[in-house]
Ligand binder design. Structure first.
Ligand code: C2O
Ligand code: CU
Ligand code: CU
Length: 521
């Protein structure tokens, strides 16, 4: 490790200065690290004063702070998870179908200093998934502190598409967007007031893979963007500006990989934890700006949730020595922009090369089958659930906050269910996420405001509802129907009851236990 550090030269120095000191290997920044080569995955602090943290990967090729992980569909992953934080954490593979023992859903968090071996097979289709903490009550603080890594999964169909479209590495970046509260160039430590804990912690800058307002150089031709919204609470309405107005683009994928066919649009919602895969044509020397458009987030909440720091917190320090969920403090929230504010994100500039011939976009992107029809799902068991704002209680599912000991929903493995998720009109958008199974969005009803204006067909669905989803945003007053499929692989590691979760991915809502246990029997 010493030699590696020496050879790495200046690039390693700034990070070495923030690492934990003697006995710890210095990590080098890296764009991407193959997950299969990681032997130890460490949640660590890199700046204890500012409360910043990072995932460090250790393996034969070196010690890195990567911007993302890469894996192939079908690949076997075996690694040791290490917690070097001063509080409990869990390593959750968002969107991957893995057994409970590897899901890291917070049932058995790693305490400070603990480590654990996990192994799993990457069974999902190619797409953008991600790693983030999931220790109940600590998720929001740790994710905001920098613990989040996109995981790009590739497969043969994805390789073929990239070849057809002649995408070089610079023309298919992965973008992890995080909403941070910045003042004087410094990321403000996580210190939510009671209001932040009710509505979600909002910032004022979108950082892209950790950088503010980055500019990416690319080649003229097709530009593919795989985008993850890793923000605690901010919804985004993504668009591409070309100076004159908005540029139309093709939506080619969502949470669980490629769509069957491209869908042309000029804006798409991306709420926390959702992913989109976009394709846009960029001309020689052209500059396109990726941004979030202003929209009415329809936040309507009366009164406050109680001032109630998480019960598990009493025993553990916060990452940056601040109190959480304490009563209002305007000084703390003055920098936050409201949900739905217009925000710049990044710029893409194409080289001034001779006009390339744009390869035609294939009419068929993948072998994804159609979602089940409405008629077909009428024969399935129906599960109704309600998202409410309860004065003095906060946001709840079916009137109750999650409790580790709750019975929750017991579902026989292999069943398919029609889920009807209804949100009360008093509230705000909730990005609802399911572990252990992808689903298809069938229908929206009662939608008002910007989501209604963007509905594609009679079904009320949005472009971002298409394809295989693991997170779906439910707007105030809406009812959303999902086709779920709880088939589990036959492998031994899935034997016995498997516990998963259904929860809101606004991380402050998640930490306030807007969550339900889902046990596959
Ligand atoms: Cu991305 Cu249960 O989480
Ligand atoms: Cu998840
Ligand atoms: Cu929520």
């Amino acid at each position: 490790m010493r030699r590696r550090h020496f050879l790495a030269g200046a690039a390693a120095l700034p990070l070495a200065a923030c690492s934990l000191g003697r006995g710890h290997a210095a990590a080098e920044p890296a764009a991407a690290v193959p997950l299969g080569q990681v032997r130890r995955l460490v949640a660590s602090r890199i700046d204890p004063l500012g409360g910043r943290c990072a995932y460090r990967t250790e393996g034969a090729a070196g010690v890195f702070h990567p911007q993302r992980l890469e894996a192939r569909s079908g690949e076997r992953v075996e690694l040791e998870l290490v917690n070097q934080l001063p509080q409990p954490t869990a390593f959750h593979w968002h969107g991957l179908l893995v057994p409970e023992a590897a899901d890291g859903a917070g049932f058995a968090p790693l305490l400070p200093g603990e480590s654990r071996r996990v192994s799993f097979t990457v069974r999902n289709r190619a797409g953008l998934y991600w790693l983030h903490p999931h220790a109940h009550g600590f998720t929001a603080e740790q994710a905001y502190a920098g613990l989040a890594l996109p995981l790009r999964v590739r497969d043969a169909a994805d390789d073929a598409l990239a070849a057809t479209l002649q995408l070089g590495a610079a023309n298919q970046p992965v973008l992890m967007l995080s909403d941070l509260r910045v003042r004087g160039g410094l990321v403000q430590p996580y210190a939510p007031t009671a209001t932040d804990c009710s509505l979600g912690w909002l910032g004022n800058r979108i950082r892209v893979n950790g950088a503010t307002a980055p500019q990416f150089a690319c080649a003229p031709g097709w530009l593919r963007l795989q985008v993850l919204n890793a923000s605690n609470a901010r919804g985004l309405l993504l668009a591409l500006g070309d100076g004159a107005g908005l540029r139309r683009f093709q939506l080619i994928g969502s949470d669980g990989g490629l769509l069957a066919a491209p869908v042309a649009t000029d804006r798409v919602f991306l709420h926390p934890a959702e992913r989109v895969d976009l394709l846009v044509a960029i001309a020689p020397a052209e500059s396109l700006e990726l941004k979030s458009l202003a929209f009415d987030a329809r936040v309507q909440v009366e009164g406050h949730a109680p001032v109630r720091p998480h019960a598990g917190r009493g025993d553990w320090p916060t990452l940056a020595a601040a109190e959480l969920c304490v009563a209002s403090d305007v000084a703390r929230t003055r920098d936050a922009l409201p949900d739905g504010a217009a925000m710049p994100i990044a710029r893409f500039v194409a080289a001034p090369r001779a006009d390339p011939r744009l390869p035609p976009l294939p009419a068929r992107l993948s072998s994804l089958t159609d979602a089940p029809t409405w008629a077909e799902t009428q024969a399935w068991p129906l599960r109704r659930t309600r998202l409410d704002w309860a004065e003095g209680e906060g946001f709840v599912i079916d009137g109750a906050r999650f409790d580790l000991a709750e019975a929750g929903w017991r579902i026989p493995r292999g069943s398919r269910e029609l889920w009807e998720v209804r949100a009360s009109p008093i509230g705000m958008p909730h990005p609802m996420h399911l572990h252990g199974a992808g689903f298809r969005v069938l229908r929206r009803q009662g939608t008002q405001g910007p989501a209604r204006a963007l509905a594609l067909h009679g079904s009320g669905r949005l472009a971002s509802d298409l394809g295989v989803k693991d997170t779906v945003t439910v707007w105030p007053g809406e009812t959303v129907w999902l086709a779920t499929d709880f088939s589990l692989p036959a492998e031994r590691e899935f034997a016995g009851a498997q516990r998963y979760l259904f929860h809101c991915h606004n991380l402050e809502h998640e930490d306030a236990m807007m969550m339900r246990l889902v046990t596959l029997t």
